[in-house]
Ligand binder design. Structure first.
Ligand code: PLP
Length: 441
């Protein structure tokens, strides 16, 4: 997935041609951050837009098969289960606990690999998500509430675990998610940044849902120990920040828990972003680009390439990256990397809802939105979590959730050492070897 160019040329050629038909199983070879030109798909936001001197580099997840990078953890978890002999076609049904994109990924990968799939998710997510899951042949099992009611999804998942026919691709707790993002996303982020500024990564910013993506920060820190990792949360659901637990509008993140696979040792800052800033920011970068160009003093058409690239959480990540760069006073040599998990295709209904809630807005109001969203932020909304006391606080939150789901204290305590995470990471060599051994080419 990091180096698709290492595949036999004939397979690579088939995979590139197969991209036109997303249900062709050859697309299993297109689960990668790279485009056909072998470059990592990304954009660097103009400083006139961000208002900071650092380079804000955004990796674009929407080009993955199924429309988001969450297909990577879905594939990796299923594939590792197959290699371990725990999952077999014809015998098992895949269960995808999710708030949307992981569920879309599970339905998609299961379809390509010949498994039935059931996605457990809250009932109030964007309707585009449910449509996609059905389109891939996935069944839906909906739980009450919205993004911040994921605990109910986990509880429903427990019921499926009792029947051996069901195999749960448990993104919040299984380490293939960590491995995929630390290796594939982490290395891709490092490679994308190499061309800019001093070629290093000063900061990595990601708003956690499962916290899989945050694992890229572990890889970045292994390469550049001075770099910092910032987890972003909705202000309305500030769980890592101060144990807050409200409802919010940023689908995919802010799930009211410290997930099991979140290596909190490597999280340096937690930042809060107001959810409606992300929705309104999406409106600006999707529907009002000409005005944004004007506000940022940019020529007409210069930001056109940003259309369709972001969902709500992508805007959240971008605002987190901008505000962190400003807080750390980063300069033109410094790179801040962040992620756009998915694209606009699953959010038209969210912007329709914004239009209903806010009514018509004139260009003066839109300028205020732009200033407030792209130049706003407040140092009180950033918490430094580097101290041992802060780590213990976060471990405590983790224990509260996961001891309830049967994880032993000794397992949870192992997670307080970086050696645990590095050993998990090293397992990729074994996985790669087993996978190669099982292939016919
Ligand atoms: C739209 C969106 N953004 C962000 C995330 C968070 O990514 P992660 O689960 O890797 O933390 C998700 C996860 O499902 C998502 O769907």
């Amino acid at each position: 997935m990091l180096h698709p160019e290492l595949l036999p040329p004939a397979v690579r050629k088939l995979a590139e041609a197969g991209a036109a038909n997303e249900l062709d199983p050859i697309n299993l070879f297109n689960v990668t951050w790279r485009g056909p030109d072998r470059q990592i798909r990304h954009v660097v936001l103009p400083n006139e837009l961000t208002g900071v001197n650092a380079n804000v580099i955004v990796l674009a997840g929407r080009y993955f098969p199924s429309g988001s990078h969450k297909v990577g953890p879905a594939y990796t978890t299923l594939m590792e289960g197959e290699l371990a002999g725990e999952i077999e076609p014809g015998l098992h049904t895949m269960i995808g606990p999710s708030t949307g994109n992981f569920g879309i990924g599970v339905a998609y990968i299961s379809r390509l690999k010949g498994y039935p799939a059931i996605v457990i998710m809250p009932e109030q997510m964007s309707k585009e998500r449910y449509r996609r899951i059905r389109q891939y042949g996935g069944e839906l099992d909906l739980t009450p509430g919205s993004e911040s009611d994921v605990i109910l999804v986990l509880e429903r998942t427990e019921a499926y675990k009792k029947d051996p026919k069901y195999k749960v691709l448990a993104q919040f707790e299984l380490l293939p998610n960590y491995r995929f993002h630390r290796y594939v996303t982490g290395q891709s982020a490092l490679e994308a940044a190499r061309r800019y500024g001093n070629g290093r990564v000063a900061a990595f910013v990601s708003a956690p849902g499962s916290a899989g993506t945050l694992a890229a920060g572990d890889e970045i820190k292994a390469r550049f120990p001075e770099s910092v990792v910032c987890a972003v949360e909705p202000k309305e659901c500030s769980t890592l920040f101060n144990n807050g637990r409200g409802t919010h509008r940023i689908e995919g993140i802010g799930d009211k828990m410290v997930t099991l696979i979140h290596n909190v040792l490597n999280t340096d800052y937690v930042m809060l972003i107001h959810d409606d800033d992300c929705v309104a920011g999406l409106e600006l970068l999707q529907h009002r680009l000409r005005l944004v160009e004007e506000f940022a003093g940019q020529p007409e058409g210069s930001l056109a390439h940003l259309a369709n690239l972001f969902g709500v959480s992508g805007i959240c990540n971008v605002l987190g990256a901008i505000r962190l760069a400003r807080h750390l006073n980063l300069g033109p040599e410094d790179n801040v990397v962040t992620i756009a998990t998915d694209g606009f295709d699953r959010y038209p209904s969210v912007l329709d809802d914004l239009a209903r809630r806010r009514g018509a807005v004139d260009s003066g109001q839109l300028r205020n939105w732009f200033e407030g969203i792209f130049r706003g932020g407040d140092s009180k909304e950033l918490r430094d979590v580097r101290s041992p006391t802060e780590k213990l606080r976060l471990f405590g939150y983790k224990e509260q959730v996961w001891s309830k789901f049967g994880y032993s204290r000794s397992y949870l305590e192992q997670m307080q050492s970086q050696a645990f995470w590095d050993a998990q990471y090293d397992a990729i060599h074994r996985v790669d070897q087993d996978l190669a051994a099982g292939r016919e080419f």
